[in-house]
Design a protein around this ligand. Structure first.
Ligand SMILES: [Zn+2]
Ligand SMILES: [Zn+2]
Ligand SMILES: [Zn+2]
Ligand SMILES: [Zn+2]
Length: 867
């Protein structure tokens, strides 16, 4: 068995357990240590405003909690209790100023089976370690006859991470469980809070490595402490009306009185353990000495401590309704530095001076304000609204008692109870008193008390956004969210109306990802599903102005909300369409395409008019030419570069071409690779021109792509691609995680917009796209390459792998007339380029304009020129 060792905190060294027990104060030190670790972690918890729980692995620590062993020893002494955790048998009154700190029971932490507890302890230990040990309120000094080893302290500290106990239910559970249990004097307090003790009794059997301690060892004397610095708080009996107004668990650690007696805030319903109110020198709560051995607490919110740190903080010492301060929410004394306090003590025979506080402000139930545990706002009990409208005021004489009864079930204010979830984001703000708003005052200069915020709820659409009072927002949101809002443009000007604050595009449905109906049908076909649009209960939707990150389940708009309803109809029909897209079977498709290519192109294939499934507009003549050129290239198995100048509608020609293949040969799917910023636009263009084609834009963040993949590409666990066209970005196409998906689909054509991006054959995009074996490839480019012949050769190589770019480069290094002609001969078949000449513009605008000169009113045919 390896030696069992206990890590001690400053002054620190490691001693074996046996050695520890040899020490004169070993037993005491051990216990002190256990208590102190807990006390300090409580404090650290309250003080630190942190997000994440990080757990060092306990197995690496190799330390055994000796408290467990002691517990086991005691169990051996008394077998009837051997499976039960127990409280300690000692209780030293807190009022014993010079005595040792209150005794707590020892934790039972089996090292192997409860790794989290062990790790939590390690953390607590390191947290405690990292704090200054100059505070002796807790009477903690662990004696060691060796000098502190700074090195070890540092290594401990490095394992320390911030803890947030409140966010993680499971951890909270663990935390509760690992907490020392405190015995009570006989006949005092039983468990008050449901959460504090829920795991009592699940303690584990001690492990084989447990060790023993003798109860008979003499208790060492605690080290002396400065006289007078100790705070003690009155214990109030359960029947005390002041105590009865309070929450019976600690605002900081959530444990109840079974952990330790609670100290009740004079001004509000909050309560704290002594060990949870923080160090005297740095705490935010205010503790005032009102008599010998008699201290009282005002919580940080009652004395508006947050206002000291942030001038915009609302005064939570005031009632949110009447705006008056709670009677005991005014600080009982001035805050002093530890040095000042020490000086005061020295001048007062070593004791804290007593502050004169009017007796009616102390432990007076009528002074206790309600304070919401979610938003921290305070209310006079009698100024709170009835919790539910159906609740009648039974006894109007004592509204306060009535409200206490109603609200003490969950200690949340009405706004918090009614709000539909967590705050997702702040959208806008406005002054509450709009009439007297002075626009010269900026956002910063208007107190939170006088503002309201438009709040978007987490996982809810903008339809449900609601105006909430500033102090509520201040209490219910993280500081980071408010600070981020203050920096945004939205903060500069108030938005008096919701319509001004929420862009219409945030309310317009772009894509329906899934729906839930109000009814069930046995048969579903595309027509039946489309007809069921009014049976849609809720839909998972992406809004036009928002990304996939903001996809939410929402009720569809009603038909009388005409424009939004129209958007919904379009998106819904597209969703239905997606459910019925059947990919062509490869053998049949092959047969069809062979047949197509056996026909005479000019007679049978060439489009004389635009395809029927292009319904969103009319193609110009030169666009029809472009369509047929692409079609012919496809027909002859020759890849192509469509290099029309910008503005001539390359996108439309591609859409028309793809629509032709779908319509005439049931040939798809197609992959279109475009710049990230134009993905959504491409999708819209396809939807606009060819609504019967199902197009999915697969791009953006991983979250967006996952949603697209799950709901659009392979809807409802389909194994088959549910669309004709996938639009994706370069980034996504070159991404390793998406590559597998792209390679698994038998694409019938690959379109690369801004094809000049493939000018380097060393790029990741080039190799990713070159590895896709599409039978037809088209590059679109509006800016033909001029810089380097090599770039052009790379494009040719991409389109036709019989070319070798480096060979071409070598061959055409020195160009003479003959070589230029030869080069033109090579590249001309690939290119179609029309320039945006006057004629081209004229042709596109001819319907609407009357030309001043007759010269250009003839046939609108853009110049066709070789590259
Ligand atoms: Zn506590
Ligand atoms: Zn308070
Ligand atoms: Zn009030
Ligand atoms: Zn609240």
């Amino acid at each position: 068995m390896p030696p069992l060792r206990l890590k001690l905190i400053a002054p620190t060294r490691q001693v074996s357990f046996n050695d520890l027990l040899e020490y004169e104060n070993g037993q005491e030190s051990l216990q002190e240590y256990n208590e102190n670790v807990q006390d300090r972690s409580d404090y650290a918890e309250e003080e630190s405003d942190v997000e994440e729980i990080q757990r060092p692995r306990p197995s690496k620590s190799g330390y055994v909690d000796t408290a467990q062993a002691l517990e086991y020893l005691e169990a051996q002494d008394n077998p009837s209790r051997s499976r039960k955790p127990k409280a300690t048998k000692r209780y030293d009154s807190e009022s014993d100023e010079d005595g040792p700190a209150p005794r707590r029971s020892r934790r039972v932490v089996p090292p192997a089976s409860e790794p989290r507890r062990a790790s939590r302890r390690l953390q607590s230990m390191s947290q405690a370690d990292s704090e200054d040990n100059d505070d002796d309120d807790d009477g903690f000094i662990l004696q060691s006859d060796v000098l502190p080893t700074r090195k070890r302290k540092r290594s401990l500290r490095s394992a320390s991470r911030p803890i947030n106990y409140a966010d993680d239910g499971e951890d909270e559970l663990q935390y509760d469980n690992s907490r020392p249990r405190t015995s009570r004097p006989m006949g005092q307090g039983v468990r008050q809070s449901g959460r504090s003790t829920r795991h009592q009794g699940d303690m584990q059997d001690p492990g084989v490595n447990d060790i023993y301690r003798s109860e008979s060892e003499p208790r060492p004397v605690a080290p002396p402490k400065p006289v007078g610095a100790r705070e003690s708080f009155r214990d109030l009996p359960r029947s005390d009306p002041f105590r009865a107004r309070h929450i019976q668990h600690c605002d900081s650690c959530q444990n109840g009185t079974n952990f330790a007696p609670l100290i009740y805030c004079q001004g509000c319903v909050y309560a704290y353990h002594k060990s949870c109110i923080g160090h005297r020198g740095s705490r935010e709560h205010l503790v005032t000495k009102i008599g010998k051995n008699d201290f009282v607490l005002q919580c940080r919110r009652c004395v508006a401590y947050p206002m000291k740190k942030d001038h915009t903080a609302p005064d939570h010492g005031r009632c949110s309704d009447c705006k008056e301060h709670g009677s005991s929410c005014v600080p009982f004394r001035e805050r002093k530095t530890p040095q000042q306090e020490q000086k005061d003590r020295e001048e007062n025979n070593g004791e804290d001076p007593i502050c004169p506080v009017p007796q009616n402000l102390i432990n007076n139930p009528d002074n206790v304000m309600f304070r919401c545990t979610a938003c921290s706002r305070g209310f006079h009990f009698e100024h709170m609204p009835p919790k539910s409208d159906s609740l009648m005021d039974l006894d109007s004489d004592d509204v306060a008692a009535q409200r206490l009864q109603e609200y003490s079930q969950d200690w949340r204010c009405k706004e918090c109870l009614d709000c539909p979830g967590k705050v997702g984001s702040l959208v806008a703000w406005k002054p509450i008193d709009e009439d007297n708003y002075d626009p010269s005052l900026g956002y910063d200069r208007i107190p939170e008390d006088e503002k309201a915020y438009l709040v978007r709820w987490d996982s809810k659409s903008y339809f449900q956004a609601a105006w909430m009072p500033g102090p509520w927002v201040w209490g219910a949101t993280a500081g980071a969210m408010r600070k981020a809002f203050a920096k945004r443009d939205e903060a500069r000007q108030p938005k008096m109306r919701t319509e001004d604050a929420i862009p219409e595009d945030f309310l317009r449905i772009d894509i329906v990802l899934d729906v839930k109906y109000t009814s069930i049908v046995d048969i579903s076909t595309e027509e039946i599903d489309k007809a069921r649009i009014r049976e849609v209960d809720i839909a998972l939707v992406k809004y036009k102005g928002l990304g996939y990150e903001d996809v939410v389940w929402e009720k569809p708009p009603t038909p009388d909300d005409v424009d939004r309803w129209t958007d919904f109809v379009v998106a819904y029909n597209d969703w239905v369409l997606g459910r019925y897209v059947k990919q062509p079977k490869p053998p049949q498709l092959k047969t069809r395409l062979e047949k197509a290519r056996s026909l005479d192109f000019a007679q049978k294939l060439e489009k004389k008019k635009q395809p029927n499934n292009i319904t969103g507009g009319e193609l110009m003549n030169y666009q029809m030419e472009g369509l047929n050129w692409l079609y012919y290239k496809w027909y002859t198995h020759k890849n192509a570069i469509l290099a029309d100048e910008m503005g001539l509608g390359k996108t439309i020609q591609i859409i028309a071409f793809l629509a032709t293949l779908v319509q005439d040969w049931n040939c798809f799917p197609f992959l279109v690779v475009v710049p990230n910023s134009t993905c959504a636009n491409w999708r819209r263009e396809v939807k606009q021109w060819a609504p019967s084609l199902r197009v999915v834009a697969y791009f953006g963040s991983k979250e967006a792509r996952d949603l697209t993949y799950r709901y659009e590409l392979f809807a409802r666990d389909s194994r088959e691609l549910r669309c004709h066209i996938v639009v994706t970005s370069y980034d996504c196409a070159a991404d390793d995680s998406a590559r597998k998906f792209f390679k698994s689909i038998p694409w019938q054509a690959l379109i690369v917009d801004e094809g000049q991006r493939l000018k380097s054959d060393k790029s990741q995009l080039y190799s990713a796209l070159a590895s896709l074996k599409a039978p037809f490839k088209v590059l679109l480019t509006g800016t033909p390459l001029q810089n380097s012949a090599r770039e052009l050769f790379n494009l040719l190589q991409f389109l036709d792998d019989t070319f070798d770019a480096s060979q071409l480069e070598e061959k055409f290094q020195n160009l003479d007339t003959a070589k230029i002609q030869e080069l033109h001969g090579i590249i001309r078949p690939f290119f179609l380029r029309r320039t945006n000449t006057f004629e081209a513009i004229a042709s596109s605008l001819a319907f609407n304009l009357i030309w001043p000169h007759d010269s250009s009113c003839h046939k609108p045919s853009p110049h066709t020129e070789p590259c």
